[in-house]
Design a protein around this ligand. Structure first.
Ligand code: URA
Length: 324
């Protein structure tokens, strides 16, 4: 009996953790979204509660919860579900059970993350029909070619190159602007506060960071996190193009202006492009969805609702539920 109680307590603590993390994404309600007469999302008109910029990151949940927006359950204030486990009202527990986690269909859409790329690839491979074509380069080839890059001035101030990381066969790729201080120190993309929010956004659509690939337009940190300069982008972005060609994702989510404008080769700003599917101009069949940069979301928590709408589109697209 004690064991069962302990287990229940543990489950409730986990459920609470998940709900806290939805709250961090700016969600205030769980359940079916109500539409206004104009079709506008009812939830989107609600006030967002600002997330403290100094709040310590919460540990990642063990199992993703069901996705609230697809539930047929009535809308439930998130605050009601955020009560400490011991004060969970019976009714809420019953409702949570009704919404037992759905099988995350999306997981099967991703390639095998554990399958490793060959260290080196043969220069040419023979195809049936005795024809030979150049083999596609691997991420390792591209990294090797990048080397200890000195193609622009940023090499003089950076600590580490931040190449990118994740599943080399990902169907979903996130592209940011450039490494910040934490990324420069660690050599890994999106590991600072903005990165922690990005991880939550990924997990909120039932994916793990390891399922996707994360990279930046620039591989070296601009000093003081200033915006990338044109010559730096010109020198660096070809490596991103090659990473995209190699990974060949179904969808690229660009985070903020520089990544969006760099990959779409446009001067149009993020506020016009956000949430609208585009074609990645360099490879037919690859879609691109611009959304806000998580660092911007930390400064403007009222925009998290829009970012969440975009993430739902990402999920629906990968599940084959929408055709852009
Ligand atoms: N911001 C970015 O654009 N990229 C990172 O890797 C970190 C912060």
């Amino acid at each position: 009996m004690t064991d069962v109680r302990e287990e229940l307590g543990e489950l409730l603590a986990q459920a609470r953790e998940h709900l806290l993390y939805y709250r961090d994404l700016g969600l205030t309600h769980i359940g079916e979204e109500k539409k206004t007469a104009t079709g506008e999302s009812f939830a989107a008109t609600k006030e967002e509660s600002p997330v403290s910029e100094t709040a310590a990151p919460k540990p990642a949940p063990i199992m993703p919860p069901p996705l609230p927006v697809e539930s047929n359950a009535p809308e439930t204030p998130l605050s009601a579900l955020l009560m400490p486990p011991q004060s969970f009202p019976k009714q809420e527990i019953t409702m949570a059970k009704k919404n037992e986690p759905q099988a995350p269909a999306i997981i099967s859409l991703f390639g095998n993350a554990t399958e490793s790329q060959p260290e080196t690839s043969p220069a040419r491979e023979t195809l049936p029909g005795s024809e030979t074509l150049p083999a596609r380069e691997t991420l390792e080839d591209i990294r090797r070619d990048l080397g200890e890059c000195q193609r622009c001035k940023l090499w003089t101030t950076r600590t580490n190159i931040v190449f990118g990381e994740g599943n080399p066969k990902a169907e979903l790729m996130f592209v940011g602007e450039a490494p910040g201080a934490d990324e420069d120190a660690s050599g890994r993309p999106f590991v600072g506060r903005a990165g922690q929010l990005l991880t939550k956004m990924i997990e909120a659509i039932n994916l793990k960071r390891e399922d996707v690939y994360i990279a930046n337009s620039l591989k070296s940190r601009p000093p003081g996190n200033r915006n990338p300069e044109a010559d730096e982008t010109r020198a660096c972005i070809p490596f991103l193009y090659r990473q995209i060609a190699c990974i060949h994702p179904k969808l690229i989510v660009t985070l903020g202006n520089p990544a969006t404008q760099g990959l779409l080769e446009t001067k149009t700003g993020i506020s016009l492009l956000r949430g609208k599917f585009q074609n990645y101009p360099r490879i037919a069949g690859i879609k691109l969805l611009p959304t806000f940069h998580p660092a911007y979301l930390l400064r403007s928590p009222d925009k998290k609702r829009d970012a969440w709408e975009d993430m739902k589109k990402v999920r629906a697209f990968l599940r084959g539920e929408i055709e852009p």
